[in-house]
Design a protein around this ligand. Structure first.
Ligand code: HEC
Ligand code: HEC
Length: 218
């Protein structure tokens, strides 16, 4: 078993509680122009491959389960402090190994996108129920392309899906044949998580056929 590193979010939140008052006083709270829809879109594309978060329908396992990370803060009525913690993590990930060999790269999103992603996480993490309205329409595609964008794009570049992840190989260049894609997705390996336990056999088939088709290897 890997030794789990200390939960940085919980530590940072204790500090955030002390600082919350000064933030209110100085008036730099949430930006009113924050775009939650953009935040959700980016979370699915850039973060979901490594992080589970129920409202975004993501099931990544390379990093902590984001609902677990912020459940205590939510219960303690400190939901407002989550945004700042997430912004800090995006800019300065600890880059500790958790729990396997992949670290979180810094600056996966930049500029106003940082606020949007952090605002969406602050809204969604450990928040029971499902997204509604415009947010409900984002992500969760059930065809091969939708499954790829939600589960794979944050680590892999694939032109057809419009994803630009760099943790794993560029799949347009790798051109792995179908049998190898199926095997890799099911079993993982060399740093890639196994999806045999998180995606259904049907979803694995759909996403693998999609990759093998659009990368030009079939
Ligand atoms: C390649 C995998 C990977 C990607 C992509 C990734 N993360 Fe992480 N994330 C990790 C790992 C590993 C950790 C634990 C080590 C650390 O804190 O850096 C982590 C930690 C975190 C934490 C702290 C959770 C806790 O309990 O301490 C937050 C919050 C977080 N990530 C948010 C994000 C957001 C938001 C994005 C997208 C912009 C993102 N991550 C993208 C791997 C990833
Ligand atoms: C957390 C990051 C991460 C996620 C999420 C991820 N991969 Fe990977 N993937 C990797 C890494 C790292 C490798 C490199 C393994 C190697 O070089 O053998 C890899 C390798 C691959 C390969 C090449 C296999 C070969 O034999 O050449 C394919 C195809 C692939 N991934 C498809 C997918 C698909 C499809 C998904 C989503 C269901 C996915 N990956 C999700 C990191 C990831």
């Amino acid at each position: 078993m890997h030794k789990r590193p200390q939960n940085t979010a919980k530590k940072t939140l204790a500090l955030a509680a002390v600082m919350a008052l000064s933030i209110v006083v100085s008036g730099c709270g949430n930006d009113s122009k924050t775009d939650l829809a953009n935040g959700k879109t980016l979370f699915i594309a850039k973060c979901g491959g490594c992080h589970t978060m129920a409202r975004a329908n993501t099931v990544g396992t390379q990093g902590p389960d984001i609902d677990d990370s912020f459940r205590q803060a939510r219960e303690d009525g400190m939901g407002d402090t989550i945004q700042g913690v997430v912004e800090g993590q995006i800019k300065y990930p600890s880059q500790k190994l958790y729990p396997s060999s992949l670290v979180m790269p810094p600056n996966l999103v930049t500029g106003m996108d940082v606020n949007d992603v952090a605002a969406y996480v602050s809204y969604a993490a450990a928040n029971p129920g499902k997204d509604s309205g415009a947010l409900a329409d984002i992500g969760g595609g059930t065809d091969g392309k939708g499954i790829f964008k939600t589960n794979c794009g944050s680590c892999h570049t694939l032109a057809d899906a419009g994803t630009v992840g760099t943790t794993g190989p560029n799949l347009d260049q790798r051109k792995a044949p179908l049998a190898r894609v199926l095997k890799q997705v099911t079993n993982g390996g060399n740093g890639m998580p196994a999806f045999g336990g998180t995606l259904t056999p049907e979803q694995i088939k759909l996403v693998s056929e999609y990759v093998a088709k659009v990368d030009g290897s079939q």
